[in-house]
Design a protein around this ligand. Sequence first.
Ligand code: AP5
Ligand code: MG
Ligand code: ZN
Length: 214
Amino acid sequence: MHILLMGPPGAGKGTQAAKLVEEFGVAHISTGDMFRAAVKNQTELGKRAQECMAAGKLVPDDVTIGIVKERLAQDDCKKGFILDGFPRTVEQAEALEKILKELDLALDCALNIDVPSAELVERAVGRRICKKCGATYNIKFKPPVKEGICDACGGELYQRADDSEATMKNRLAVYDEQTKPLIAFYKQNGLYKEVDGRQSMEAVYSDIIAALRG
Ligand code: AP5
Ligand code: MG
Ligand code: ZN
């Protein structure tokens, strides 16, 4: 499995990637998670990414392409991988083609989780994440049994810094302008597939499995 999950902020890329990883044991490469870890540890990369992320803007292409190139060369990616949140610009998509060619790999498909923007703000604002294990919840769509506590590990839940309504609106605008053109890019090279992301998380997952088989 060598796939990428595309879709606007809050579409469910991380949620679906977690399920696919559990089922297929492939590597999960989320550039957003990598940047958040770097910000938390205040590494050089984190210091560069922090301001862009807080404003809902993209981290510069050269920085992002560099970390993905390094990540794809690591051993665990030999079992297969799911790219989540990369590429996000045509320049990143072109760089990815080059990187994969060098590694003698090819993408199986580019899977877009389609959700209209009206629903996305609510999803992002309601998102909660476990500090300890990273599990994702939603106060409206997937509440934990006990408020503020992770069902899986008992860890404390937190809200992402960029999940405010104002920043989310910027992220959606950036998506429309810079990332949406990737739909045409992957349609053109024949790798594009789409699932309806407005359904339940379980229904989206079964559609993804069907799309990957089909
Ligand atoms: P990133 O972390 O990638 O954020 P994003 O693309 O905005 O996507 P999200 O993680 O917000 O949403 P998701 O699709 O994973 O949804 P989730 O499954 O969590 O990027 C963050 C920032 O990092 C960027 O703004 C940028 O600054 C930087 N960055 C990252 N990659 C970059 C790149 N390649 N280039 C440049 N900069 C980059 O679900 C959301 C919520 O909805 C959850 O609460 C979930 O429980 C709920 N939910 C999920 N599915 C459903 C469903 N079917 N029904 C109801 N609720 C659902
Ligand atoms: Mg995510
Ligand atoms: Zn947890």
